[in-house]
Design a protein around this ligand. Structure first.
Ligand code: GLY
Length: 591
């Protein structure tokens, strides 16, 4: 009953948010400290909507769903209702962490040959812009499940502010404009995407107001029908038709392969509640996302590898060297062992055991880099300093997605990472519905990395592709220390790891740990680590190069958001100062 009263009260106010004018976007803020809860996302309008929900009495889950729905409007090339994600929740009453797996799922018709044609894997660029790569979206059901389990709002009220934002519009920023420009060639090849995002043949100008009334109507219809319209009804039928017959512009020379998703695939979709991964690190409890995400096991394994070194006392060079080598080794194991647990035995416990990590840590030398690429080891049969489980695959994946972090006045916390995979997903907007479809199934291996050897991440019917998303919550004796996450494909894992050790070991402020220049070693074949320019220019890098590290420049790695609890019980929200144009870290009452 209480829940109903709260929902009714909130519905009156949520449709008229404080910032009604598209001409005055809320501020971009890298850090705010205060009371009443916090929201950190990449986008000012989205964070403002989350803060409005908290201010009016909603909890962290209500605010997380409202913020995510708003990101589907303002950050639609990273995430939205056409995609999936992983939702990690800390319940302040029980002091427990739970997770929801809303990962996109392959249709029942998918086989291991999904991305194989004439005996050869499809070129990645062709697979990503196709109906073949579209998985059944899990994001709307994740919102519904999260609200039902832990929220106070219903779906309609949680989505109402985002619906209003899509209708009244928002000010186009440089990121929104450049994400369309980056994808202009493929967006122009679909009638629906061209009409929405290339009006007059150009991306909407920076500073103009962008409206998406079709998306607003879709949000309304999804909420009104409790998602029945998507998972079996009219929106679902439009989605399936788009996958089966992509709306390619007449005369386009692009070879857009159709997919075979059916309405029954949508009807069958389930969000899975999974146990979080758990790692003890420096006496703290680190909770993350389990398979089919590799985020929790890979961050956790790397932390366990680092546990035996006192990083607080290490030189800058040794600290970064250990960071790079621990991620190299844990990536080798990730690639070999992690896939959808409904299809293969994922050795989660073994990957996260300290015993296994110790057998990996002893490979690291202080004065030399490990040869590249490192083979995986067998967590079911750990042998000191020995890698026994054969070569690992080295495919890199695309670098988009979005992450939001929320806390409320009661102490509940959400770390939620969601995606449509590549920037712009499949590039295909569902005609008349205003949202992009994902290309998540390209996160599967297209062919077995070792010919003839079964691999946990090959496509299959109703299977979820392995992810790197790593929404993470750290507790100390059941109390929240911090929560963090990032977009960035497989770099998500190294970004989250780098922020965790920056904060927990090097005593950086959370703001500095998020802002610090990044490098991302993912067991690359050439022993070259992608790194940001500032990382390459830093004093310690010469020392890293002297022991064999090589770096290639990557313009930007990740776009993290985080919250932490201060000693006096306030919340500190943190976002990027510059990456992706700077994020929006907000608290309800600054102080
Ligand atoms: N599509 C990005 C990820 O799942 O890791």
């Amino acid at each position: 009953m209480l829940r109903t009263v709260a929902a009714l009260t909130l519905s009156v106010v949520l449709v008229a948010p404080a910032h009604a004018s598209a001409a005055e976007p809320p501020p971009r803020v890298p850090e705010q400290v205060g009371w009443g809860g916090a929201v950190s996302s990449v986008d000012p309008d989205a964070s403002q909507i989350g803060i409005d929900v908290l201010r009016r009495g909603g909890n962290a889950v209500d605010a997380a769903v409202a913020t995510a729905a708003a990101l589907g409007v303002t950050d639609p090339f990273s995430a939205g209702i056409g995609g999936g994600g992983f939702f990690v929740h800390y319940d302040a009453r029980t002091r427990r962490v739970s997770t929801l797996d809303g990962r996109e799922t392959a249709p029942r018709s998918a086989t291991e040959q999904l991305f194989v044609e004439n005996g050869k894997p499809l070129p990645f660029s062709e697979a990503m812009t196709s109906g073949l790569s579209v998985g059944v979206p899990g994001t709307p059901k994740t919102w519904q499940q999260a609200l039902r389990k832990w929220g106070t709002l219903n779906l309609r009220d949680a989505m109402a502010p985002a619906e209003a934002l899509a209708r009244r519009g928002f000010v186009v920023d440089k990121t929104f404009n450049s994400q369309i420009a980056n994808n202009a060639a493929r967006f122009a090849d679909f009638t629906s995407t061209r009409d929405l995002y290339l009006p007059g043949g150009q991306p909407p100008a920076v500073g103009s107001t962008f409206r998406n009334p079709q998306l607003a109507d879709t949000y309304r219809e999804l909420a009104r029908t409790e998602l029945a319209s998507l998972y079996g009804g009219a929106v679902g039928r439009d989605l399936v038709k788009t996958v089966q017959q992509p709306p390619v512009v007449p005369g386009s020379t692009r070879n857009v392969r159709p997919g075979a998703m059916e309405i029954s695939d949508l009807a069958r979709y389930q969000v899975e509640r999974r146990d979080p991964t758990h790692t003890r690190y420096r006496g703290l409890d680190v909770y993350g996302m389990a398979a089919p995400s590799s985020g929790g096991t890979t961050v956790g394994e790397a932390l366990n590898i680092l546990e035996s070194t006192d990083l607080s006392k290490a030189s800058d060079v040794q600290y970064l060297h250990r960071f790079l080598e621990s991620s190299r080794l844990s990536f080798a194991d990730r690639l070999r062992w992690v896939g959808d647990p409904a299809f293969s035995q994922v050795p989660t416990e073994g990957l996260l055991s300290q015993k296994f990590a110790d057998t990996r840590a002893c490979l690291i030398k202080p004065d030399a880099v490990l040869p590249a690429p490192q083979p995986a080891a067998d967590p079911n049969n750990p042998k000191p300093c020995e890698a026994t489980a054969g070569p690992s695959n080295l495919r890199e994946d695309a670098e988009r997605t979005t992450h939001l972090t929320v806390a409320d006045r009661w102490g509940n916390v959400v770390a939620y990472t969601l995606t449509i995979e590549a920037e712009g997903g499949s590039g295909i907007v569902v005609p008349g519905r205003g949202f992009l479809l994902n290309n998540e199934l390209t996160d599967f291996e297209f062919v077995a990395p070792t010919a003839g050897v079964p691999h946990p991440n090959l496509p299959g019917p109703g299977k979820r592709p392995r992810s790197s998303m790593a929404p993470t919550i750290v507790l100390d004796h059941g109390n929240v220390v911090l929560a963090v996450g990032s977009p960035g494909g497989a770099t998500i894992i190294t970004t989250v790891l780098q922020i965790l050790i920056g904060r927990l070991d090097r005593n950086m402020t959370l703001r500095d740990a998020v802002a610090a220049p990044r490098a991302s070693q993912r067991n690359s074949a050439t022993n070259t680590t992608p790194a940001e320019a500032e990382f390459i220019a830093a004093a310690a890098t010469a020392g890293l190069q002297a022991i064999g590290h090589k770096f290639s420049q990557n313009a930007e790695i990740g776009a993290a958001t985080a919250v932490e609890r201060t000693k006096d019980g306030r919340w500190r929200a943190v976002a990027e100062p510059t990456r992706r144009g700077g994020g929006a870290a907000r608290v309800v009452w600054v102080g």
